[in-house]
Structure formats: structure tokens, C-alpha cells
Design a protein around this ligand. Sequence first.
Ligand code: ATP
Ligand code: LTN
Length: 326
Amino acid sequence: MTERKRVFSGVQPTGNVHIGNYIGAFRNWVSMQEDFDCIYNVVDLHAMTTPYDPAAFRSERINMARSVLASGVDAERSLLYFQSDVPHHAELAWILSTITGIGQLERMTQYKEKSDRAGQNLGLLSYPVLMAADILLYKVHAVPVGDDQTQHLELTRDVAERFNHRFTEVFPIPERITPEIGARVMSLQDPFSKMSKSDPNEKSRILLDDAPEAILKKVKSAVTDSDRYVRYDWEEKAGISNLLELFSIFSGRSIESLVEEYHEAGYGAFKIAAAEAIAEGLAPVRERMGSIEDGDVMKIMAAGAEVAREKAEQEMISIRAAVGLG
Ligand code: ATP
Ligand code: LTN
């Protein structure tokens, strides 16, 4: 039997899980369970690089794990756990930090943005090294993420190549996997920036557990343009194009057929139909969010961590040997 290729991805437990996370990442995580050996992580150590409240953090970790499960990740088929439960991530991050240049880290867009907003700290600077460690620890082949992670994936590939060259050929070079549409879902309030957990404007994003009425309200207030014709045109009509993509993803209909139907319907009617499709598409996720108890989440995460610690320990043997440890 040929071994299945491995996939790894992670999400920070920073609250406000939105449909951008779902479309850019979780949906792919779910579909990859069919053909790959999947490992998914709630990357709590990463989330500690910006200021946070420890009590709220505890529940955010559980909520994020619940969102991943409610999106359809099946803990029977995929390995799911909290990053901090497996110390090998931090161990490998240390090893990789010794072959990563500070200049390259200082040039990361996310570091520049976050350090301007949240202040500098060493963890924020070395954030991409920990991410590289997450991925390389399991020698994975593919990483399903939204396109905002492109630069981090490039750094991971550089670090893997450097390690293989400097020591022994240990790591495969991982590929980034992004969806064809929806790799970058835009804010409903500013179609030129990505929908984000940390945007202070709540109307900018649709949360996974938003009720249909809330979805309708947010879509109705989405920023569009002063024209009245529905067209798929990112140059002239970014807001409408973003809604068309969401409508298409959640209804399963092509963008062309939606444009044909709604071209002259007026933005009001188009928005109502789009909101209904989003609410309907999200209904099963929302229902599952309401039914998965904290206790179930904790059990699943503890069981996942136990398996992962063993797997990670096995993987670390060749890595430690390559660098002259162990
Ligand atoms: P923020 O939204 O505050 O920038 P983040 O990007 O750090 O948060 P994470 O929760 O760490 O979000 O990301 C989880 C996954 O969701 C990643 O794979 C990321 O690429 C994807 N993702 C986040 N925002 C979007 C978006 N607007 N469109 C598509 N994918 C997205
Ligand atoms: N940086 C990612 C989260 C993340 C991740 C990973 C994604 C941490 N480790 C490993 C894929 C693989 C983010 O902010 N979305």
C-alpha cells in the first residue's frame, strides 16, 4: 500500500472565527481528509505573540477547536490538538531559529503590521520560525491556508532547503494549497482589505455562528459602489465581486449563472439572495457549534495530543540526529 501524503495546517485561537477562515482554510481541511493523512492544530503558542487576557484565552482555545470540529473536521480521521500540548513544536522551532536570518524575519509583512499595532517582541519576530517548525515537524507535503500565508510558506520552504543543504536531506519541501475562489475573502466594509478577526468593525465579517438575521444585516450594509448592475469585476466592483464569490461558494452555483440572474435585479435584491445563500450554507456548521460541549472538545483535544506526542517524538529522532543531538 502506498503511504498517504501528509497535510498540516493551523489556526490561532484569537476569537471571531469568520467565513474567511472557513472558506480559505477549514473547508479545504475537511475535503483533504479523504485523500491525505491530515494533522490540524489550534496554534495557541502563536496567539501569545500579541497581547491577550489569560482567562479569555482559555475559552478562545476551546471555542476555536469547536469551530474546527463544527466545520467538519473529523477527529476520527484527522489528528487535531492544541500546539502547546506537544512540546516538540517549540523544540524544533529553536533548532530552526539557529539557521534563520533576522533580516528575513524583519521583512515579513505580518511582523511589520503586527509590531506596529501590538508592539515588538521576540516571539512575534520568530512567529514564522514556529510556523515552519509546525509544518516541518511532520515532514508534510501540503499546507492548506488562505493566501495571506504565502510569505510564511515561502519562509518555511527556504528554511527546509537550508536545513537539508546544511545538514542532511530530512525535509520534503511543502506546497501551499489555496482554494481557487475564496483564497482571500474581503471585508464587507472595505473590499480592499481582507476579512479579518482583528478588524474592530464587527460588520466587516460574518462569524461562523451568526444567525441568519445577523448575516442579512451585515450583507445589506456591505460596501459596494454607486452603479446598479451586478458584474464580476474586481477592478470596478470589488464589493459586488466579493459578494458574488461568497454567494457562489455557499450556493454551489457558478458566478456566471448568478451574474446572469441578478445582473439587472438591483443591489438590494441581490444582497438579500446572497445573504440567504450564506445563511443556508452555514446552517449545519452553526448547528454543530451549538451542540458540541466544552467537555467533548477537551476530550478530543487530549486524545489528539497523546497520539501527536508519540508521532512527533518519532519524527524528532532523525531531526535531532541530523544536527548532532540525541
Ligand atoms: P486575522 O483574520 O486577524 O488576520 P489570521 O489571518 O491570523 O487572523 P488565522 O486564524 O490564523 O487568521 O487563520 C486561519 C486560516 O484562515 C489561515 O489559513 C488563513 O490563511 C485563513 N484566512 C484568514 N483570513 C482569511 C480571509 N479573509 N480569506 C481567506 N482565508 C483567510
Ligand atoms: N500563521 C498562520 C497559523 C499557523 C499555521 C501553521 C498555518 C501557524 N502554524 C502551520 C499553517 C501551518 C495564520 O496566521 N493563519
